[in-house]
Design a protein around this ligand. Structure first.
Ligand code: PEP
Ligand code: MG
Length: 572
């Protein structure tokens, strides 16, 4: 007899696939620090915990100093490091552990609180500012003491349940073959969802299990195609879903046969499908799924990884990617941190999607931008004509000019150092902010290609936060305004004679891909999992039919009309 009755949790389907396994609940942050006492034999363990946390934080602070390029930040961080190693702080924490027998967490907490009280008593303005720093050291140190990182003990095949998944956690999950992801939050083009699709992980969003007393290792089933999650399934259900999963695997294998077909329409018109990639783990899928190189290499992972951040690490990453793409090109997008791709320790913004992201951040952090460009140019020397650079979140021409200036500086620097690089490396612009689509004619004179990011273009044009589950029904990239902006971009690019690609999620919908081809956009980039289905539709129709479709879609006035026009073009 099972302890629980099966319970169906309904969410929204976000990435297809079936997972049968056990639950793993992503720990929510715990903030309270209790004055717990420890036993005599635990003293040394807690002293070591404190020392480990202090050393870990010191390395973290050094890393932040490395990627920040202004003198003031470096000074503040140096002061933080000094506090970490202050002999009085050390002896107070050790005393609380050894003599008063408090846990490492509480000893840190109360030592820093005493420090804060002293500052409060001083009352001066400088003391107030200092206090904020001390509070943050205290909290970061407590977190480090809790060794949150070691709590990340999810096993292969487990289904992860999380309120939301941060980019840092997604990076960690990408290294483990998990069975699925169930989230309370998330929109269809949120970062975690895109990554699940790309990695082939079933994903359900907008599901809530708060009142269900779900525990780690409880049995669960996730169906990413219907949005259903079964908690405590019966034997019969488990059996049935295992069979379904097997069927799905053989269906996927069948659809993979399209990956081997030549890339042209039934009438012989060629097209190119590339992959959107973020992790090295995705590279083996390029070949099996028929991707011709990478049309969008998201590089934010390099910022989220906890390892040391430097030019050499980046060089290794870009090299591995370039090698995996054989003769095909790789478009490297510059760091697009911000929005839902928030770097830890970033300042709080009340509206991050309209805030300090993409090129805006890069131009403020020129040290970071220089390091990334230096790494790309260094690698380009080994692969002439293969790499391209893509600038994210551009909203005005000045940003392109400024980035190109940094590219020139890097080229000069490398020339002086006698380092070989590709001096014809193409620089493209993401068209994902309406201002760029609207002025595409002017912008096209300053770049080598456009790549349309329909995820952000949709959110900024329709004023719909792409990660907000409450309004996800309003997020529809097929809106007439989006087609219009895409058409404007394509026309402007044609007048200037520069190529246009689409790399947003819209390209992964076969019916939209057919319409793009009809508009003359014959290079698309998408999550690898979608390539076979897109290819099956493009290979089975003629260019002339796609042109007819495109002209009708452009003329259509309502979303309903557009959906009706596109419906017959869904995957076969
Ligand atoms: C987009 O906005 O469409 C895009 C491809 O970029 P990202 O999803 O990484 O913001
Ligand atoms: Mg974008």
């Amino acid at each position: 007899m099972k302890e629980h009755q099966p319970k169906i949790l309904s969410g929204k389907p976000a990435a297809p696939g079936i997972g049968v396994g056990t639950a793993w609940l992503l720990p929510e942050e715990k903030k309270a620090v209790r004055p717990d006492k420890i036993k005599k034999q635990e003293l040394e363990k807690h002293i070591r915990k404190f020392e480990k946390a202090r050393d870990f934080l010191t390395i973290e602070y050094e890393k932040i100093k490395d990627i920040s390029d202004d003198y003031e930040t470096a000074e503040i961080i140096d002061a933080q490091i000094q506090v970490l190693h202050d002999p009085e702080v050390k002896s107070s924490i050790e005393k609380k552990i050894r003599i008063e027998k408090y846990t490492a967490e509480y000893s840190i907490f109360s030592t820093f609180n005493e420090y804060i009280q002293l500052l409060q008593a001083a009352g001066a303005k400088w003391a107030n500012e200092r206090m904020i720093d001390i509070v943050s050291i205290r909290d970061e140190m407590i977190e480090a003491t809790r060794e949150k990182k070691q709590e990340f003990d999810v096993r292969q095949g487990q289904v992860v349940f999380a309120s939301d998944i941060s980019p840092t956690n997604m990076v960690k999950l990408s290294h483990i073959k998990i069975g699925g992801i169930v989230m309370k939050k998330g929109g269809f083009t949120s970062h975690a969802v895109i990554l699940s699709q790309s990695l082939g992980i079933p994903c359900v969003i907008n599901a809530n299990w708060d009142r269900l007393n779900l525990k780690n290792d409880n049995e669960v089933i996730i169906d990413g195609s219907t949005g259903q999650v079964i908690l405590w399934p019966s034997w019969k259900q488990t059996d049935e879903y295992r069979k379904r999963r097997q069927d799905e695997i053989s269906r996927n294998e069948k659809s993979l046969k399209w990956a081997l077909k030549a890339n042209h329409t039934i009438c012989g018109h060629p097209f190119v499908l590339r992959a959107n990639v973020e992790f090295l783990e995705e590279l083996p899928r390029l070949d099996t799924h028929g991707a011709k190189g990478i049309g969008l290499l998201r590089t934010e992972t390099l910022l989220f990884e906890t390892e040391e951040f430097n030019v050499n690490d980046q060089v290794q990453f870009y090299k591995s990617v370039a090698l995996a793409c054989e003769d095909h090109s790789v478009t490297i997008r510059l760091f697009d941190a911000g929005g839902d791709k928030i770097i830890e320790n970033n300042e709080f913004e009340s509206n991050p999607f309209l805030g300090w992201r993409g090129v805006r951040m890069l131009l403020d952090k020129k040290g970071l931008l220089r390091k990334q460009l230096e790494a790309i140019y260094r690698v380009s020397g080994e692969f002439p004509g293969k790499l391209k650079i893509l600038i994210p979140m551009v909203s005005r021409l000045e940003e392109i000019i400024a980035v190109k200036q940094v590219c020139k500086d890097i080229q000069m620097f490398l020339k002086k150092e006698s380092v070989a690089f590709d001096d014809k490396l193409k620089i493209g612009v993401m068209v994902e902010v309406p201002s760029i689509a609207l002025t595409a004619g002017r912008i096209s004179k300053y770049c080598d290609f456009f790549s349309i990011g329909t995820n952000d273009l949709t959110q900024y044009t329709l004023a719909v936060d792409r990660g907000n589950e409450k309004i996800s029904y309003l997020f529809d990239s097929f809106h007439p305004a989006i087609w219009k902006l895409i058409k404007m971009t394509k026309d402007a690019a044609d007048r200037q004679g520069i190529p246009v690609t689409v790399c947003g999620e819209m390209a992964s919908k076969p019916e939209a891909a057919a319409c793009f081809l009809g508009m003359g956009i014959s290079e698309l980039s998408m999550n690898t999992a979608s390539i076979p289905a897109v290819k099956s539709v493009l290979c089975s129709h003629s260019k002339i039919d796609m042109e007819k479709l495109a002209s009708e879609v452009i003329k259509a006035e309502t979303l309903k009309e557009i959906h009706e026009l596109l419906q017959p073009w869904r995957a076969i």
